[in-house]
Design a protein around this ligand. Structure first.
Ligand code: BDP
Length: 721
């Protein structure tokens, strides 16, 4: 816990200014520090600013710091030409005067090209605080870090910090369509106003870049993985260039999704066969055209041969053929290809959870050096809880990047408060055992386990035109936390929660303690009221809003929830042991062996790996049926507790965000009960057992729940019609 450090000044905090807030400023709130002595503590250390070097990124860093300074201290930070007592000195290693360097040389040994150092040094008797780095981007990150230290009210008198990102490619994936609808978007429309680009540059673009840079995100994929080839036409490349120009000073590269059939659709070829010389040439020319406009274009993200998207398989070619062809097109420009492993086929009778591994693992080592294979955290699809994807660790010779979903497709959309960093952390901390005990997913991702040169983490964005970007005020925490974990996948999600709460709301200890607790519990709450004990994919189909365990009539078997829970008169759950689909064989032995038996499978994954009899006696002596009911009830009670905690926070939060969160929590509570009632009534048909007495009488019967329809639930993009 970092609380002791964070609250050093708390005793002096004066009443807070609770002005109405839309939440637009995210965690970058630079509110006035009311307490005079706290203010002095900082201003004494920051007498003036001495800047070495110049450039667009340095400029945005300095302007950010000046703004923050003005906000906190209500004055301007004067500029000085040379270092004086308590100067703030900003400059890259190259640009700092040589007499400053001896105090910093040992720190430089610890940082990489994007890392930074913030250090109080003495030049003779003159104290100064230096922010330095190897690159301008490092300076920008260091500047945001110093701002954060002030937001957290940490002491900077003897500051000595250095940090570097542990992962290279830290990107948001926007599933945004060119018509501004957002696939699985629950916060309004796409923030990219394509129609008015390139001329109209909205302030939101700059604030988006600031927010991302502040947490170390260094790339953005602008378009949906279910891609349109229109974005690759010259007309749109000009628009993409305009965004790239805005983002560049913030260290953010743009990437695009590449629809595999583009040579036919955006060009005039008759094929998109990756081995066809004309197709190869088309992509090379296209890459040259893009790079002529955007010299630092990041590269392509590709969803191929998945859910109806075109790909190399259409031409009898493999994922390697497809990925390498694109990789060759961008390689001369230092671009990369992020090739998604989210593949499964309705024609394949194999357990869906096994298909990506089966298809990709044999390709290990065959992808070009500038290809990353992008793998979702779990083997099915962004469920409230999944075991880690077995591909992690299984392809030691291929850079694998993590794909998390920040938008809450299966977790209550933007109506539910769920703190996702807790869930991301759970996956990152999982032990794959591929190189013995202690081979965590984080070590696969940061390349340390197999010495990989290219590393990455992607988060499917939850951002839209909502005034506060994410609609739910607490959705911002998931954007923030994703960025922090992409920077350092070993961070503690609890510390991230404390940081975010303080930066976004207030440093008041009671608020931060209570709300950290709420955030940390919120993830388990959603698991409990939606899919406890390893249940998965029982959401209503298509939009994935609300329960739909009964759905069994969709064309593709694996789109039906009944495929995943397999409830019958004996029990419930998907047998993935040797007697079932044997998906367990895709994990390293210690896991496969342990999870083979019901007794040694962690309860949280029970029904993921086993078909368990309704009357099976669990560790607490009660039956599975009883425990299932207890979990659903616990989920509802968890949300009741969240409602109560929030109600006690009124004095710490402005009305606007307080009331909005309060209303959303009521929706969450209503829906938690809906989940409990509908799922238990449905499963009761199979278990034929009484509901335990602690379950209140359901408000409606099963038929009622089954008849509910939501034709206009948000997040379904035209690509699904
Ligand atoms: C599923 C979503 C679908 C996405 C797909 C993907 O329902 O909208 O296109 O994942 O990741 O979760 O490609």
């Amino acid at each position: 816990m970092t609380k002791a450090v964070s609250f050093i000044f708390l005793l002096f905090i004066s009443p807070f200014a609770l002005h109405a807030q839309t939440g637009y400023d995210l965690w970058l709130q630079y509110d006035k520090i009311e307490n005079e002595s706290v203010k002095e503590e900082y201003t004494e250390q920051l007498n003036n600013l001495v800047l070495y070097g110049s450039g667009p990124t340095i400029e945005v860093a300095v302007s950010e710091f000046k703004n923050a300074y003005k906000g906190f201290f209500e004055g301007d930070l004067p500029k000085a030409l040379s270092i004086q007592k308590n100067s703030l000195v900003i400059g890259t290693r190259e640009n700092l005067p040589s007499y400053v360097l001896p105090s910093l040389n040992s720190d430089f040994a610890n940082i990489n090209s994007e890392g930074y150092i913030i250090k109080k040094i003495f030049i003779g008797n003159t104290p100064a605080t230096v922010i330095t780095a190897n690159t301008e981007e490092g300076l920008l990150y260091g500047t945001f870090r110093l701002i954060r230290e002030i937001q957290l009210r940490n002491n900077i008198q003897e500051i000595a910090l250095s940090d570097s990102p542990k992962i290279q490619i830290r990107v948001l994936n926007h599933w945004d369509n060119l018509d501004r609808t957002v696939e699985r978007g629950y916060a309004g429309f796409s923030i990219w106003d394509w129609h008015h680009l390139p001329e109209l540059i909205k302030p939101e673009y700059v604030d988006y870049a600031r927010a991302n840079a502040s947490i170390g995100i260094n790339g953005t994929v602008l378009t949906n993985v279910n891609a349109s080839s229109v974005v690759l036409t010259s007309q749109y490349i000009e628009k993409v260039k305009a965004l790239a120009d805005v983002f560049r000073p913030y260290g953010i590269k743009v990437y695009l999704t590449a629809r595999f059939s583009s040579p036919i659709e955006a060009g005039d070829l008759e094929t998109a066969d990756p081995l066809d010389p004309e197709v190869k040439q088309w992509w090379k020319d296209k890459a040259d055209e893009i790079y002529a406009e955007i010299p630092d274009f990041g590269g392509f993200l590709v969803k191929a041969n998945s859910e109806g998207q075109p790909g190399p398989n259409n031409y009898g070619r493999s994922h390697v053929d497809g990925a390498n062809m694109l990789a060759e097109a961008v390689a001369p420009h230092d671009g990369i290809v992020m090739w998604r492993a989210f593949v499964y086929s309705e024609h394949d009778p194999e357990d869906r959870a096994k298909q990506a591994y089966t298809e990709f693992v044999p390709f290990d080592g065959q992808f070009h050096d500038n290809v990353l294979v992008q793998v979702k955290n779990g083997p099915i699809d962004f469920q409230p809880r999944e075991p880690f994807h077995p591909m992690f660790g299984a392809m030691p010779n291929t850079p694998l990047m993590m794909e998390f979903q920040i938008t809450q497709e299966y977790l209550g959309f933007s109506s539910h408060l769920v703190y996702l960093p807790k869930m991301f952390e759970e996956t990152l901390d999982e032990d794959t055992f591929v190189q013995g005990e202690g081979s965590t997913v984080a070590e696969v991702i940061d390349g340390s386990l197999a010495n990989k040169k290219l590393t990455g983490m992607a988060g499917v964005a939850n951002i839209g035109t909502a005034k506060n970007w994410t609609e739910h005020p607490f959705g911002q925490a998931n954007w923030y936390g994703f960025g922090r974990l992409a920077w350092d996948p070993y961070l503690d999600s609890e510390e991230i929660a404390e940081e975010w709460l303080q930066m976004t709301f207030t440093n008041e200890e009671e608020f931060v303690n209570e709300m950290t607790d709420l955030l940390m519990k919120s993830r388990e709450a959603v698991v409990n009221y939606m899919t406890p004990l390893g249940l998965h994919h029982i959401m209503d189909t298509g939009h994935h809003y609300g329960p739909g365990p009964w759905v069994d009539d969709l064309g593709r078997p694996e789109w039906n929830p009944v495929y995943y829970h397999k409830a019958d008169s004996i029990g419930v759950g998907f047998d993935r042991t040797t007697s079932g689909s044997d998906a367990l064989a895709q994990y390293a032995d210690p896991i496969a062996e342990k999870y083979e038996s019901i007794e040694t499978t962690p309860e949280k994954y029970l029904l993921w790996f086993h078909h368990v009899p309704w009357d099976y006696q669990m560790e607490n002596g009660h039956t599975l049926w009883y425990n299932l009911a207890a979990k659903y009830q616990e989920g509802v009670e968890d949300v009741e507790e969240m409602v109560e905690t929030w109600n006690n926070m009124e004095e710490y939060v402005d009305d606007q965000r307080f009331e909005k969160t309060q209303m959303l929590l009521q929706i969450q509570l209503k829906e938690a009960k809906w989940w409990r009632n509908a799922v238990l009534l449905y499963f009761q048909q199979f278990s034929e057992m009484e509901l335990p007495e602690f379950i209140p009488e359901p408000e409606h019967d099963l038929e009622y729940y089954q008849a509910l329809e939501f034709p206009y639930a948000p997040g379904i993009s035209p690509t699904w019609h």
